[in-house]
Design a protein around this ligand. Structure first.
Ligand code: PBG
Ligand code: ZN
Length: 322
């Protein structure tokens, strides 16, 4: 076996043949676009840490949804910046907060849009941690009721899916129970099951005003050095009723995406996080790489590693190229 009988270049000789044998396709239907919503009206403020992204009031989020849908986009992930914060993140469960109002505005403007909400406490707590705290420690079980309450608030406002990102143990089960008791047994949960304590979240924390005021998130998010623990987290979330499993970040963790894909019989999502996007943009801005080519290559890599769905801030920019 070998040359001269075997010549892999035969199938690379021209574009039509290359496309015929291409193993991985990226389509608009694979992409979920994360957006940041604030209260008020006519607000569309550029986010300094995230080039190309905005803080949007509900009416502006609805406009963005129309444009995105027109480009072929089908799903949004909502993050909220509340007007007030406290120790337990109660503004996260305010039915008049930016996320519930944005859900209503988006669903009214574009009914078929899949509206997914990030469920966490860090945007809503005064201390910026993803759960309740006592003595500088993040408490697990007392956080669950607050997370479930926030998820229920989103679903009552019309969210099609909730995505808990807090990494508390048992939150999928807690959210599932509260949704079911309220008659929302058909609302799926996309669990941030494998979420690493990553420095790639830097630009997001500036955008969402959610950096912890003391310590870090290593007491609840995963150690970047761990692989087997990712399998354990997925197993637990599936048992608790997660419908879609997520790995995050995506690009620096493609081995984990593949590892989970090979063992999972459910849809798998991967999140190309703020730092991954910022690095591509920064490199393109200084002329080191071609933005279009590297953006598309980064996403095909995530798809090839086994993700069915990709959460990416690049969604609106790459849609026209797909
Ligand atoms: C909140 C949350 C974070 C991200 C998604 N949800 C930040 C964090 O955990 O500190 C990161 C998203 C990104 O970097 O794009 N729990
Ligand atoms: Zn959080």
């Amino acid at each position: 076996m070998g040359w001269p009988i075997h010549r892999p270049r035969r199938l690379r000789d021209h574009r039509a043949i290359r496309e015929l044998v291409r193993e991985t396709q990226l389509t608009p239907l694979d992409l979920i676009y994360p957006i940041f919503v604030v209260s008020g009206q006519n607000q569309k403020r550029p986010i300094p840490s995230l080039p190309g992204q905005y803080h949007l009031s509900p009416d502006e989020a609805a406009k963005l949804a129309e444009t995105f849908y027109g480009q072929g986009g089908r799903a949004l992930l909502l993050f909220g910046l509340p007007d007030y914060k406290d120790m337990v993140g109660s503004s996260g469960a305010d039915p008049d907060g930016p996320v519930p109002l944005a859900i209503k505005a988006i669903k009214a403007a574009v009914p078929p849009m899949v509206v997914i909400t990030d469920v966490c406490l860090c945007e809503y707590t005064s201390h910026g941690h993803c759960g309740l705290i006592a003595d500088q420690k993040v408490l697990n079980d007392p956080s669950l009721t607050h997370l479930a309450e926030q998820a229920l608030t989103h679903v009552k406002a019309g969210a099609d899916m909730v995505a808990p990102s807090d990494m508390m143990d048992g939150r999928v089960a807690a959210i599932r129970k509260v949704l079911d008791e309220a008659g929302f047994e058909d609302i799926p949960i996309m669990a941030y099951s494998v979420k690493y304590a990553s420095a790639y979240y830097g630009p997001f924390r500036a955008a969402a005003d959610s950096a912890p005021s003391f310590g870090d998130r290593r007491g609840y998010q995963m150690d970047p050095a761990n692989r087997l623990e990712a399998r354990y987290e997925v197993e637990l979330d599936l048992a608790e009723g997660a419908d879609i499993i997520m790995v995050k970040p995506a690009g620096p963790y493609l081995d984990i995406v593949r590892e989970i894909r090979d063992r999972l019989d459910r849809p798998l999502a991967a999140y190309q996080v703020s730092g991954e996007m910022a690095m591509i943009k920064a490199a393109a801005a200084v002329g080191a790489v071609d933005f279009r080519a590297v953006a598309l290559e980064s996403l095909i890599g995530i798809k090839r590693a086994g993700a069915d769905l990709i959460l990416t801030y690049l969604a609106p920019e790459v849609l026209p190229w797909l």
